[in-house]
Design a protein. Sequence first.
Length: 172
Amino acid sequence: MPAESPQQEPTPVPPAPLPIAVPVRPGNRLKWGVRVGLVAVAVSLASVFGVAAYLNPYGPDGAARTMATHTQLGLPQCNMVALTGHPCPTCGMTTSFALLVRGDVRASLNANWVGTVLAVGWAGLLVWAVACLIAGRLWFIRPGRGEAAATAGVALFLVLALGRWAAILWEG
């Protein structure tokens, strides 16, 4: 009877090292128009935050304002307030941004909490746009879904702003 030869165990293959950066396939690279759009978004949002940092959201007594900070830019008082005495859905947003840029979160929420939420969302959008430009691809958005994400963001803002406005009018 022939002697049985021991079966050899397969030599284990070490796992491949994890890549430092996920390579972007040529078909997934950002097109020129998308890059221009991301640059425009980043520059626009950075400008908004720059203007918010420029404005003074505090009154002469040092108390935080709740609205009308935009008048420092030479813009007129809100027509809705002037005509009806009631704020419009966006009253206090400029003040809210200016307060949030200074780290005064409580006063920012008091001026217009929707503005605070919008400012935080826009800060995230600014970081996202720059990250996408650096990576050369859109993060967290599947191809063809950018319009849906933008529409959902605008719809959410409108629901929040109009809901806040309705609550203010209901109370007052």
